[in-house]
Ligand binder design. Structure first.
Ligand code: PEP
Length: 253
């Protein structure tokens, strides 16, 4: 079975102490994950070592960075390189979250460079794509997201693409409480898989986890994750409340 993933995105929230307590509360719930199920915590940089050590003894729980820089090293004050992440044992990194695309002017080209660096350093990119409301209203969301994949991922050889996780996150659903319907989520996830299949073949396309993100909550996760092409979620707001995120992990197929 394809990997099923509940990924938390804490964004710029929580103090170190609050983050540690949240993680403890979630891990104390003792949810044992099946071999195909994973839970990933994308935390602020200063919390990565703590998160890594908290999940170290747990089966299929992982720490992730929320971003990395697109250059290897050098005079980029305030930035964090993939080599730094690798050196503290971080194996996952969110790439191209819509907030970074918007507030930090991250282009598809820059994101392609980040994806390359992650893969070179054994870090699995959780590559985010998704359309703004205007595109959804114009009905051109398929072309929009297909282009994001083409420009940031499709230069990769098949054996590299295999190591990617995709998160489809319609911008109009992020932090708005407005979730895509299961029909909308399934339709576009299936489309994304078909775009990958056209380029790399159906076998590979069927192996890639495609997460849904956008107001996933404890009360809609089961329904969303039940869609055949939805392989879990990337969760913002609801990942900050232990009982909510516990329910979301339990909703994994
Ligand atoms: C996100 O941060 O990627 C996200 C989907 O946020 P929320 O769950 O709050 O909509």
């Amino acid at each position: 079975m394809r990997k099923q993933i509940a990924a938390a995105n804490w964004k710029m929230n929580l103090t170190y102490q609050d983050g540690e307590k949240l993680l403890d509360d979630i891990l104390d719930a003792g949810i044992s994950l099946a071999p195909h199920q994973h839970s990933i915590f994308a935390v602020p940089f200063p919390y990565l070592i703590m998160t890594r050590s908290e999940v170290a003894e747990e089966f299929n729980y992982h720490a992730a960075a929320q971003n990395c820089h697109h250059k290897t090293s050098g005079a980029y004050t305030g930035e964090v390189s993939v080599e730094m992440l690798q050196s503290i044992g971080v194996n996952y990194c969110v790439i191209g979250h819509s907030e970074r695309r918007e507030y930090n002017a991250e282009t598809n080209e820059i994101l392609a460079a980040k994806v390359n660096l992650c893969l070179q350093h054994d870090i699995t990119p959780i590559f985010c794509c998704g359309e703004p409301l205007s595109v959804r209203e114009a009905g051109t969301q398929n072309e929009f997201v297909a282009n994001q994949l083409k420009e940031s991922l499709f230069h990769l050889p098949a054996n590299s693409l295999k190591g990617i996780i995709i998160a489809y996150e319609p911008i109009w659903a992020i932090g708005t409480g407005k979730t895509a319907t299961t029909a909308q989520a399934q339709e576009i996830h299936q489309f994304l898989r078909s775009v990958i299949a056209d380029q790399y073949g159906a076998t590979l396309a069927n192996e890639i986890p495609i997460l849904y993100g956008g107001s996933v909550k404890a009360n809609n996760a089961v329904e969303l994750f039940a869609c055949p092409d939805v392989d879990g979620g990337l969760v913002g707001g609801a990942s900050l409340v232990a009982s909510d995120f516990i329910a979301i992990i339990k909703a994994l197929k």
